[in-house]
Design a protein around this ligand. Structure first.
Ligand code: FES
Length: 55
């Protein structure tokens, strides 16, 4: 059975970032949207690596 993601917001997140590597939340359960806070554990999801600036 496929895990079901949570949809915390139906729209984009406007944020400012320093250049670097980030982990985007794929499960939707993070309390630090749009980034992973570890809440995916045990839910069948893994975060996705994302870059701001040059990788
Ligand atoms: S908390 Fe959602 S992928 Fe980590």
């Amino acid at each position: 059975m496929e895990p079901t993601p949570n949809i915390p917001q139906k729209g984009p997140y406007a944020i400012e970032l320093e250049a670097g590597t980030y982990w985007w939340c794929a499960c939707g359960y993070s309390q630090k949207q749009p980034f992973c806070d570890g809440s995916h554990r045990g839910r069948g999801f893994t975060p996705r690596k994302a870059y701001s600036g040059s990788p």
